[in-house]
Design a protein around this ligand. Structure first.
Ligand code: ADE
Length: 250
């Protein structure tokens, strides 16, 4: 998550401990938390066995100039790249970009829904030059997780990323043509860093506001941040229990 407010229910709910010093070295502004999450998984014969997964939560820290959380694709890509370089014991098998998002009512989104990403794209990188147009949009697929989404009762769809909480007409044209279900400010940056490292990526995005609902995003975002962060915690716990003891392709 970019914001600590999004991460706090997850950190306390999973009993994770703040790393001191952070597991990503300065001058990176990260705050990091870690711990082990256990689950009891069952095989196809119904035999259950305990398994667990080592979890690191990386938040993008605070801006030292403005004192607020470091939101957006630049901190997200930097934290992901550093986490994948630095966290070597054990190596990272899977990244989950977890946070809040605006949801499209036209794609079935309601406040507090958690979406499992099927794909990523940028809606605010317009570069009308040969080949750079597709580079700007940088569409890519999420690691497929249809069984996890079904098991946890999550909605699924494409995530579209931009560096603004609001949007204008050209952003909306791009989001509509890509079939965006949710709109966030980090996933495409995380996806780019994961692609450099060749590490699979899932994204879980909890809806704080409705993009096509006619209300200002900032008002709905603040009103629903606590509810959406709690829903994110429940989905993340479910996702970690689902992946524990499984291979990435499962
Ligand atoms: N995070 C929460 N709501 C958002 C929105 N409307 N756009 C981008 N990121 C968000």
């Amino acid at each position: 998550p970019a914001m600590e407010a999004e991460a706090l229910p997850v950190i306390s709910g999973l009993g994770l401990k703040r790393d001191s010093p952070p597991s990503l070295p300065p001058p990176a502004p990260a705050t990091t938390f870690s711990g082990r999450v256990s689950s009891s998984s069952s095989d196809d014969k119904g035999n259950s066995s305990p398994s667990s997964v080592e979890v690191s939560v990386v938040c993008s820290g605070k801006c030292k100039v403005h004192g607020v959380d470091n939101i957006g694709t630049v901190p997200a890509a930097l934290m992901t790249y550093l986490a994948l370089s630095e966290l070597r014991d054990p190596r990272v098998d899977l990244v989950i970009s977890a946070g809040t998002a605006g949801g499209f009512a036209a794609r079935g989104a309601a406040i507090g829904d958690v979406f499992c990403a099927t794909a990523f794209a940028n809606h605010d990188r317009r570069i009308p030059l040969a080949k750079f147009d597709d580079y700007g949009t940088w569409r890519s697929d999420a690691h497929p997780a249809p069984r996890m989404a079904a098991a946890l009762g999550l909605k699924s769809g494409p995530v579209s990323t931009g560096n603004s909480l609001d949007w204008h007409d050209l952003d909306m044209a791009s989001m509509s043509s890509g079939g965006a279900a949710v709109k966030d400010m980090e996933a495409s940056g995380v996806a780019w860093a994961c692609s450099l490292h060749g590490v699979p990526l899932l994204a879980l995005k909890s809806v704080t506001d409705i993009v096509d609902g006619g209300k200002p995003a900032e008002e709905e975002f603040l009103a629903n941040l606590a509810t959406a962060s709690e829903a994110l915690h429940v989905a993340l716990r479910g996702a970690l229990e689902f992946v524990a003891g499984k291979g990435v392709d499962e």
